[in-house]
Design a protein around this ligand. Structure first.
Ligand code: FHN
Length: 433
């Protein structure tokens, strides 16, 4: 009798533990810490940079499959310097860095024990992921890793590329996921990433259940590791078919969302991986992209594609420094802020922290800034950040501010409104276009 009671209790406790394990979620405090960072560097890099075509997507298209899959034999980015890459991110004011450790072409930028298709088999041999992790730790930049859930090179994955010439490939998804788990345990324990940026959710072989299995596996290795929502089957929602912690609108600035963490990933040029003479965004567009993202309560993951020899293009390094110079002056209005209360628009974007609202002015228009008045709020003080006082006139429903002939910053000026209350209490204010 006693024995069977003990068995029942043991089984009950095991079931509770299993259910608890199934529902481990990233602690809110860790997600808040991530969202406070506001600005990160995305790096797409791999042997395909030797062709200047898109990573993964050019395989069996601009680059014949057999050619593409042998590029690693020539891959020797001798100008790669992890400290320099991380310094470029830091000089830009970026607080975290995400490296494509394994993109859809399956090549691993770290010497994994679970696939021979990795950096140690190239002439370069060095552990790019490991050197970046060390450099990030040294320079105080948060280290993160991109991994794909589709791998067109891995025979166990049932699709060999989007232009696949090998039809009816069976693959072996259980074996594929076992390898993924081994690689995840390897990179989490070895490089201690703050966040894992998954990608490749859209193909048929990958299911939401696979994503849930991998999410829980990650949590069993390190419960604090954040993942984006691309372990599931969608990128613009949480819950439902999504699996993961934050939304990931791509090549677009997400809409204002005060309830769910989100991060826009956007390229500084057009291509994710390096492309010779690719068109690069202007400084004004780069700053406006960052400000509009923060004004919508989101993070910006801004992508650089280093060249085949491992150097980052000088023009992109300069652009990063220019963004960093703007953030040195105005970073208080970006880092650790919340978006709103105004919905971002063509003329301005707003962020808030404590009793301050930061109005980011993108254009002088006709010299008068007219914005909806904030209800039940008193503006105690108003001034250009790091500058002169500003006069705010109020009629019933609007504030009007006469702008100077020349705004303090040609890319984005910031007006601070100091209020008689905590700005986060203010409901979101829609703005008529
Ligand atoms: O196919 C990838 C693409 O190469 C790039 O990595 C982007 C980055 O978010 N994600 C996928 C396209 O949605």
């Amino acid at each position: 009798m006693k024995k069977s009671l003990g068995l029942v209790i043991f089984l009950a406790l095991s079931i509770c533990a299993a259910i608890a394990q199934q529902n481990i979620k990233t602690p809110k405090a860790v997600l808040d810490q991530f969202m406070d960072k506001r600005f990160g560097m995305f790096i797409h890099f791999g042997p395909v940079t030797q062709r200047g075509t898109e990573i993964g997507w050019s395989r069996n298209k601009e680059v014949a499959q057999a050619d593409y899959d042998n590029l690693y034999h020539e891959f020797n980015p001798t100008l790669f310097n992890a400290d320099e890459w991380v310094k470029t991110a830091k000089d830009a004011g970026m607080k975290y860095l995400v490296i494509t450790a394994k993109h859809h072409d399956g090549f691993c930028l770290w010497p994994t024990a679970y696939s021979d298709y990795n950096i140690s088999k190239s002439p370069f041999k060095r552990d790019i992921v490991g050197e970046l992790a060390t450099a990030c730790k040294k320079q105080g930049v948060t280290f993160c890793i991109y991994l794909t859930v589709l791998d067109w090179h891995d025979p166990d994955y049932p699709i060999h590329n989007p232009y696949d010439s090998t039809k009816n490939v069976k693959g072996d998804m259980p074996a594929f996921k076992t390898r993924m788990k081994n690689e995840l345990k390897e990179v989490i324990t070895k490089y201690k990433p703050f966040m894992l940026w998954f990608d490749g959710y859209w193909e048929k072989p990958w299911t939401k259940e696979d994503g849930q299995e991998i999410y829980q596996y990650i949590k069993s290795v390190d419960p604090d590791v954040i993942t984006n929502n691309r372990l599931g089957k969608i990128s613009d929602k949480l819950g439902g078919d999504a699996v993961g912690d934050f939304l990931t609108p791509e090549q677009t600035i997400g809409k204002l969302n005060m309830n769910e963490p989100w991060e826009s990933c956007i390229t500084i040029c057009n291509q994710w991986a390096w492309k010779p003479n690719d068109q690069m965004k202007s400084l004004k567009e780069c700053i406006r992209t960052l400000v509009t993202t923060a004004s919508g309560n989101g993070n910006l993951l801004f992508n650089i594609g280093p060249a085949m020899d491992g150097h980052m293009e000088a023009r992109q390094v300069v652009r990063m420094k220019e963004m960093g110079a703007w953030l040195k002056q105005y970073g208080e209005s970006i880092y650790s802020t919340k978006g709103g209360p105004y919905v971002p628009n063509e003329v301005y974007g707003a962020t808030r922290k404590g009793n301050k609202v930061y109005l980011h002015i993108f254009t002088r228009k006709d010299g008068i800034l007219t914005i909806p008045a904030l209800k039940n709020v008193k503006i105690v003080k108003a001034y250009f950040m790091n500058g002169n006082a500003v006069i705010v006139k109020q009629d019933n429903n609007s504030y009007t501010i006469d702008l100077p002939q020349v705004l303090p910053d040609e890319n984005c000026s910031v007006i601070v409104l100091e209020l008689d209350k905590n700005a986060i209490e203010i409901p979101v204010v829609p703005v008529k276009a």
